[in-house]
Design a protein around this ligand. Structure first.
Ligand SMILES: *Cc1c(COP(=O)(O)O)cnc(C)c1O
Ligand SMILES: [Zn+2]
Length: 557
């Protein structure tokens, strides 16, 4: 589908590239994806009946050329569940729960991750950085594992251990930072910048916003199924229903910004006739947006020391997200409200007891907000309400991971800015030294290269070079002098034997250890050709990742 990135500040348009975070004209980091909406509306009306119910069904309004089926895990397409018992209790029979727990990693961050990882894989990148209060890193880690992408996950030390373990379990490097979430974001940004890596910047990342907006498309489509088509709808026409309210707990604001964009797009395409009021719920101990909203301020002052046990909601610096959301609410209705931790925990219990839905505290905060606004008479008994319910991570078993799966960064406290800067860089160098062991992979099959890359990057730090044929591979080894070469034998034109002969006959490369990987059983003649030339033999389709990794580590150290 054709799309373009437009700068929110100056309107300048560019073609998307994941490594470019700023508008080339005015340097703004706030951009959005724009589509040919007329064409998209026509295509959707025609294609939707044939497509499965997952987020890729809206691909005409997603910033990807071709969705990548190998990465699919059932992202999007979550159920919309009517809350009958709770509805009876609260006197509103039109409360719907958008059950985002049913995504691959049990939070709505799966949408962001599925789209983000797909686009950076499409662009050929193999490493990325994300700062997270937990769920973003979990979702990105799962998709990164499938895509052969290494994720550096920066989290605050407040994130529950079970979540950190889950991130590590997927093979990402957890970087546990003792500091506020806002500091974590800063350190992650510097790390990404220093290493030239893709960085998922939340509300400023266009793929994150686009992923989130699919929630809006699904809700409109599902409500139409639930309540029947709107009056006067002709067969084959997309005329969907929208709720009166959409409620979600917010931290940085990405989710609601994305969902609102989805509704606005549908309105622009004539698919819906109104954008629902967005209701953003914050935890009382960290509610900068709510405070600013209630005082009718244009800017929200940061909360320096968030005081909430709900770490997922602990973004103290709202930045421009507040302004975008405020404008949204002023234009189409909606509001900000806060709830206490106790109210959230109580709502969590109610939701589980009354509806059989076990949520995490952050999601429960949205339900506490629903209760509060119904009691206040702001949400009326006949209003149609959709609440985002998300996040329910199973703990990763401590014994599976063993020790040493985080790297700890303790930021210097109470120091002058200059010293703080130095401390930060020193800390980053401990997280990842400038030089990792260097491994070259020569294999003509992309899948095989990805497998080896994934094994290496998921359980250790390596700088990885890849070549897809013997000639390029030989040149690569001569240029880069890797500490280890992993070499495929069967390749067209220059095969592994020839590469090996060339390496061994050149004094410059003769000493580089080589692991040969092969898909077929070797003849005795072939075996004797390799005798004394290689350090290990790897039978493709018959090896375990950890044994292979031990071999690699033994050869390098
Ligand atoms: C991420 C998250 C939020 C906050 O979302 P933002 O988009 O950062 O505002 C709320 N609840 C849960 C469960 C989350 O995972
Ligand atoms: Zn600009």
């Amino acid at each position: 589908m054709s799309f373009i990135i437009r700068c929110t500040d100056c309107g300048h348009e560019v073609v998307y590239h994941p490594l470019s975070n700023n508008c080339p004209q005015c340097n703004s980091q706030w951009r959005e994806v724009v589509y040919d909406f007329e064409q998209a509306a026509r295509a959707l009306a025609q294609e939707l009946p044939r497509r499965r119910f997952n987020l890729w069904r809206y691909r005409e309004v997603l910033p990807i050329k071709n969705p990548i089926p190998e990465l699919f895990m059932g992202e999007g397409g979550t159920p919309l569940i009517r809350a009958v018992n709770m509805g009876m209790m609260l006197g509103n029979m039109n409360i719907y729960i958008k059950d985002e727990r049913q995504g691959p990693t049990a939070s709505f961050k799966d949408r962001q991750a599925a789209l983000t990882i797909s686009t950076i894989k499409e662009a050929g990148l193999t490493e990325m950085v994300a700062a997270s209060t937990g769920n973003v890193a979990i979702a990105n880690s799962a998709y990164a594992a499938r895509a052969g992408i290494k994720l550096w996950a920066f989290v605050t030390s407040l994130v529950p251990e079970v979540k950190m373990r889950e991130i590590a379990l997927y093979g990402s490097q957890v970087i546990k930072v003792t500091g506020s979430y806002d500091q974590v974001k800063q350190i992650a940004a510097e790390f990404a910048e220093k290493r030239g890596l893709f960085h998922d910047t939340g509300a400023r990342a266009v793929t994150a916003v686009e992923g989130m907006k699919t929630i809006a498309y699904e809700i409109a489509e599902q409500l139409t199924e639930e309540l029947g088509p709107r009056e006067g709808t002709l067969p084959g026409q997309l005329r969907w229903r929208t709720p009166d309210w959409y409620i979600q707990a917010i931290s940085g604001g990405l989710g609601v910004i994305g969902v609102a964009k989805g509704f606005r797009e549908m309105k622009q395409m004539g698919i819906i006739d109104k954008v629902p009021g967005m209701i953003a719920i914050q935890a009382e101990g960290c509610a900068p947006m709510v405070q600013a909203w209630k005082l009718n301020l244009e800017e929200a002052a940061p909360v320096k020391n968030p005081k909430t046990h709900i770490e997922t909601l602990a973004t103290g610096t709202p930045g421009r997200s507040y302004q975008f959301l405020r404008k949204q609410m002023q234009n189409d209705g909606g509001l900000f409200e806060s709830v206490t931790d106790e109210e959230a925990f109580r709502a969590m219990h109610v939701l589980a007891k009354m509806e059989g839905i076990s949520s995490e505290p952050a999601a429960a905060a949205a339900f506490a907000g629903l209760f509060k606004l119904i009691h206040a008479g702001i949400i009326k008994p006949t209003d149609v309400v959709v609440v985002n319910c998300t996040g329910h991570t199973m703990p990763a078993e401590p014994l599976v991971l063993g020790n040493g799966w985080t790297r700890d960064v303790v930021l210097p406290q109470d120091q002058k800015p200059a010293q703080e800067e130095e401390g930060l860089l020193a800390a980053l160098n401990r997280v990842a030294p400038d030089r990792f062991p260097r491994v070259a992979i020569i294999d003509d099959t992309a899948d095989a290269r990805r497998l080896v890359r994934r094994i290496l990057q998921s359980q250790g730090d390596f700088t990885i070079f890849e070549a897809s044929n013997g000639m390029d591979g030989l040149e690569l080894v001569q240029r880069e002098h890797p500490d280890l070469l992993i070499l495929d034998l069967m390749m067209p034109e220059m095969d592994g034997f020839a590469v090996l002969d060339a390496l061994r006959s050149n004094s410059d490369t003769a000493q580089i250890p080589v692991i040969v990987s092969t898909a077929k059983e070797l003849t005795s003649e072939e075996k004797s050709r390799l005798q004394g030339q290689i350090q290990a033999l790897l039978q493709k389709g018959d090896f375990m990742s950890d044994e292979f990794l031990e071999e690699v580590k033994a050869l390098i150290h």
